[in-house]
Design a protein around this ligand. Sequence first.
Ligand code: 3PG
Length: 189
Amino acid sequence: MENQFGIRECLNNHPIVPVVNIASISQVAGTLAALESKNIRCIEITLRSGCAREAIEKAIVIKPKGFSVGVGTVVTPAQVDWCKELGVDFMVSPGVSNDLADAFEASEIPFIGGVMTPSEIITGMSRGWDTFKLFPFNIAGGTTALNSYAAVFSNVQFCPTGGIGVHNYEEVLALPNVISVGGSWVLKD
Ligand code: 3PG
């Protein structure tokens, strides 16, 4: 079932999703170049800074071919509408409300919503979703939770985020129900 507009293909292409808060518009070009130098060809720019929207607009304009610019910390339908107008490559939310879910499904942009619990996963599945952000990974139960979810939700894939770092990203990425991992460590280490 494909109700998330190709999010699996997007994340399959990008096993590591750097979560980046841009503090100044002058950082955008250097940040994309730093990621490319690490052979990472995507970015999730969070809507958490005063210049976030301007930074995302700039990243969309200057991104190299094949580079995906996503928007993170999407929490309102109005933000989804803005992402659609801009034509971003993917959207990520830390959690989901009914209104936000409706906006995602109307957007035609690949997206993942955040979940922590079985009930949240089932709620997403009832909409035909099969791919989620597991957030915060370290509080949700880490690899123990992922292994439990693999047994129960055999068709579901996760992008764990929150507490992923250089110490554990390879172990997490190797799990069969992990499609990609996200986090801020990428440009910190
Ligand atoms: C996110 O926005 O996905 C998380 O805040 C990233 O968490 P991290 O800083 O632990 O990687």
